[in-house]
Design a protein around this ligand. Structure first.
Ligand code: ADP
Length: 257
């Protein structure tokens, strides 16, 4: 495994009060920089912009209107990249900002541009940090579910650049037979080789206050990867250095293949 896309959710980057989790961001920077030094090519898909923006404005609840969410995303994105820039720099790692919309797949030329540009960044040892371009994302029909859905965006990026593995880091240990935040007896499913209606029924509603997609979008992402014959691992990102253990082959989280 040489080329990896790592997706971190809002839940891994912000504390429950909405403040940025700087320790987690630092550890993520340390870990991913370490991987590049080992010769891996790494793309980070980072959520958290809206959460960070909310923290900056001291908002307790995520606003429901789209322009407010877009404004918060723009505010938070800039702050988020500043923090990443600082943290990665302490490990001598260069990063870049890549803002994409889901419809990149609908335009072959855009798709090729994204692939070529990211390939160049990876060849130069840069870690591209990808997020949805929330200011221009206009998937109006489906806006409520698509907005902020970096799970599927991470799978889209992984397939475009032909990555070997997508690692999704969230606030739970993997995919369970029911929502572990609601049911104490939920059981972790270590491996999934088929995603069907029943699998989706195991995925409850959205999780944390600041998170967005919940499990449904993670399943859709994993499904996209499986279709492209690529691996996905869902694991707990409370301690992002878990990525070292995943790449070491330890049985962690849920493997979709
Ligand atoms: P992130 O911000 O990391 O993308 P989300 O909050 O969007 O995370 O989604 C993770 C949440 O999904 C978990 O905290 C959990 O509450 C919820 N969830 C629902 N169903 C399941 C399930 N079957 N297995 C694991 N988590 C589930």
């Amino acid at each position: 495994i040489k080329r990896i896309v790592v997706k971190v959710g809002t839940s891994s980057l912000t504390h429950s009060n909405g403040k940025m989790n700087l320790q987690a961001i630092d550890q993520l920077s340390y870990t991913l920089s370490g991987l590049v030094n080992e010769g891996k090519q790494v793309v980070l898909v980072s959520s958290g912009a809206i959460g960070v923006g909310m923290g900056q404005l001291n908002l307790q609840e995520r606003p429901t209107d789209i322009p407010a969410q877009q404004a918060l995303a723009a505010l938070g994105q800039s702050m988020l990249m500043t923090i990443y820039q600082q943290r990665f720099a302490t490990y001598g790692q260069k990063i870049s900002q890549v803002l994409l919309t889901h419809d990149v797949l609908d335009y072959p030329q855009s798709k090729e541009n994204v692939n070529n540009a990211i390939n160049k960044m990876l060849a130069w040892g840069i870690i591209p940090i990808v997020n949805e371009n929330d200011t221009v994302a206009t998937d109006e029909l489906d806006h409520k579910t698509k907005f902020g859905d970096n799970d599927q965006l991470s799978a889209i990026v992984a397939t475009i650049i032909d990555a070997d593995l997508l690692i999704m880091l969230s606030d739970i240990d993997g995919f369970f037979d029911k929502n572990p935040k609601k049911y104490a007896d939920a059981k972790l499913i270590p491996e999934i080789t088929e995603i069907n209606e029943q699998t989706y029924q195991h995925a409850g509603g959205k999780g944390s206050k600041f998170g967005t997609g919940g499990m449904t979008t993670k399943l859709k992402a994993a499904q996209r990867m499986m279709k492209a014959d690529k691996l996905t691992i869902l694991a707990n990102g409370v301690n992002p250095s878990i990525v070292f253990r995943i790449l070491n082959g330890d049985a962690i989280g849920t493997l979709f293949r």
